[in-house]
Design a protein around this ligand. Sequence first.
Ligand SMILES: Nc1ncnc2c1ncn2[C@@H]1O[C@H](COP(=O)(O)OP(=O)(O)OP(=O)(O)O)[C@@H](O)[C@H]1O
Ligand SMILES: [Mg+2]
Length: 251
Amino acid sequence: MGKVISVSNHKGGVGKTTSTLNIGAALSLDPKINKVLLIDFDPQGNLSRSLGITDLEFTIYGNLRGDYPIKPIEITKKLHLIPANEDLAASEIELSSETGREFFLKDLLENLRGNYDYILIDCPPSLGLLTVNALTASDEVYIPVKTEFLPVTGLKTLTDVIERLKKRINKNLKIGGIICTQFNMRRTLDKEVVDIIDQQFKDKVFETKIRNNVSLAEAPSVGKHIFTYSSASAGAEDYLNLTKEILARNQ
Ligand SMILES: Nc1ncnc2c1ncn2[C@@H]1O[C@H](COP(=O)(O)OP(=O)(O)OP(=O)(O)O)[C@@H](O)[C@H]1O
Ligand SMILES: [Mg+2]
């Protein structure tokens, strides 16, 4: 039974998509892992675009509507994607009047879970119904945090939502980890922010910090993850180490 992990933070630009993509890729490259599924659950469609998938005929939006069954795209034999585009924005409104509106994604994944070791969901930068569906479908949530002051102050809103969801809808949901991203070790501020995050989330915080690395920002523009774009980059090193931690936590 695969583990379902949402990558979520309502703050924009903190590294959700970059982390989903490169953790997913690193997991798929591990010999112990059979298959990984990535779900683009953001109407911006950045995860799909980052893998060079545009011009979409079948998306998660159509799956949520029940227009056609799920048929993941094989990026590689071990790395699959359910893509999204701006159509998905309509789901926030369309689902809102449905009974059991929080459970649509969970129900869709029920039959897929057996096929994958890991299912990673790239959430949009909001706490609306799409994010609630992702968190309802998940065993764990990973929270990427950019190591600057403002994103840290917003974390309480997210953890409150997670707590409420745990009480009412998904009692098994856990914060699986905090990922410090776009870390600049030469800046005092970044280190201070990491200290604050450590105090608040203790051993939930992954030891590996994802450094600022231009290759991570360049790779999506050519439709590649970091391990095919620049396997010797600091970005590749960091996401590989982070994924080792993830595998160790899940042993
Ligand atoms: N470690 C890093 N070093 C350099 N650039 C990065 C790094 N991580 C992410 N970026 C860049 O920062 C921008 C935001 O990252 P990303 O798209 O992953 O964030 P996001 O949280 O998914 O954003 P959104 O909220 O819009 O979905 C992107 O241009 C990305 O390429
Ligand atoms: Mg994103």
